[in-house]
Design a protein. Structure first.
Length: 121
């Protein structure tokens, strides 16, 4: 499969999974600020790794991954129905802490900015 098609399919899957997560009623997923960071689809589109992050940190993301793994069949069926794919990939959910790392970098930058402002006086 061509690279551009894989990229388009992974973006489509990412968009649909994000929408499906909002509809899930699993208490491990409901009420969390989950973000699908990226989706990596294999070259033959039979497997997809879905990286999920939570604002509250990696522990919260790991708990949500347990709920998403339990709902994998439902999510896969919904993705296949919404995107009309010939072959819907098997989904594997992975906890990711990139949002937490981004917040930490933002705090460091903000602190260095404030320290820099105080030196100019």
């Amino acid at each position: 499969m061509a690279g551009f098609r894989i990229n388009r399919v992974s973006e489509d899957i990412k968009r649909e999974i994000t929408a499906i997560i909002r509809e899930l009623k699993d208490p491990r997923v409901m009420g969390k600020m989950l973000t699908v960071v990226r989706v990596e689809v294999s070259s033959d589109a039979s497997y997809a790794k879905v990286y999920v992050s939570d604002i509250k940190g990696i522990d919260s993301a790991k708990e949500a991954v347990k709920g998403l793994t339990a709902a994998t069949g439902y999510i896969r069926r919904e993705v296949g129905g919404r995107l009309h794919l010939r072959k819907t990939p098997e989904l594997k959910f992975v906890a990711d802490d990139s949002i937490e790392q981004g917040f930490n970098m933002f705090k460091v930058l903000e602190e260095s900015q404030h320290r820099g402002d105080g030196d100019e006086d």
